[in-house]
Design a protein around this ligand. Sequence first.
Ligand code: SPV
Ligand code: MG
Length: 431
Amino acid sequence: MKKVYTCFCTDIIHEGHLHIIEEAKKLGSVVVGILDDSQMIKYNRFPTKTTEERVKMVSEIQGIDEVIVQNEIMYDEVIKEIRPDYIVHGNNWTDPGMEVIRENIISNLKKYNGELVEIPYTHNEEIQKRDRQMIEKLSMPEFRRGRLKKVMGLLPIIKAIEVHSGLTGLIAEKTIVADQEKIDQFDAMWISSLCDSTEKGKPDIELVDMTSRFRTIDDVMEVTTKPIIFDGDTGGLTEHFVYTVRSLERMGVSAIIIEDKTGLKKNSLFGTEVQQTQESIENFCEKIAAGKRTQLSDDFMIIARIESLILEKGMEDALNRAFAYRDAGADGIMIHSRKKDPEEILQFCDKFRDVDSKTPIVVVPSSFNTITEEELAEHGVNICIYANQMLRAAFPAMENTAKSILTHHRAYEIDDELMSIKDIITLIDEI
Ligand code: SPV
Ligand code: MG
């Protein structure tokens, strides 16, 4: 009897999946792979069911001989292991990255004359609706909020990218890089105070009020499903901070990061070039504790950001504060530096990890940007935030365009550097 393999990356079983199984059964005995949680993430199909639940769901389908877990998104290992005569797959290779998977399957099967059988994807309204529901579910507050913690358990390090609008949210949501070995995408989004303010033409001094900041979150949430980490500046007065926590968790934001400064806050990357005052450990701990007391959900995170290295108060001060904030209830700590050399950040991480192996560490490598995510993960960092690159990319491109039009009194000269009109009018899908 011939062996047939098909892999499911789904939380729900609909007519389309059953059709694939029926077609597979005609070819031989059917083994179904369930793509592991950590790989589903890379595929922009964040699971709302666990791997075990998905195995159980598929095992209940009639006529399957075996259900296994596929641990890698690429097929090299699974094909080596079970050597199927046929791999059956729907012919819907349209999602970004899918073409690479298809090539990977074909090149592995070629080694022993195995065959890829592509089944026309079942298109009907009900299936389309259920596929859409599966994705849309992830944008609901309950699912989105808890997703950051879940992803943290699945990946060695989380990559978050700055977003400040619906459009940048879409870039964070949809950008995928794929080659023969891997598929990768961002895991979370960062709503930066610097970029949110700059986008509104305002300085980063807690001038843009919370209502306006929430509006940005809302714009991003409307068109994305990935978890959001919110830059909460100093958190403001403790009496106000508790309301911010409630609002954010209700909206489905996963985490707020607040920094231990008081008085007029300026951007950390100014360092000691401007007057900035660090909050006392006692007051900041009280703010963290008040936030944690107020929070209603289990999965919302309050992350305490330490400004000691920015303000040149030394490593010992940074570490003292980290442990105090953790003891006050912080769900994670962020350590910041504006040095080009990552040395002080790594030293901090190593010293903190000598004592505490669990509390999540967040870093923002804007200045120390030569370090890789892998190196950061080796030093115990859990979340790496690319905090301002989207806006810094956009501004020079827009300014250059404005200058060109002004210089030439027409738009012809800059046109080659712009997105085509066809692309811009078709960029946003209608529902
Ligand atoms: C932000 O993005 O607003 C931050 C990070 O707070 S930094 O600009 O480096 O202070
Ligand atoms: Mg900020």
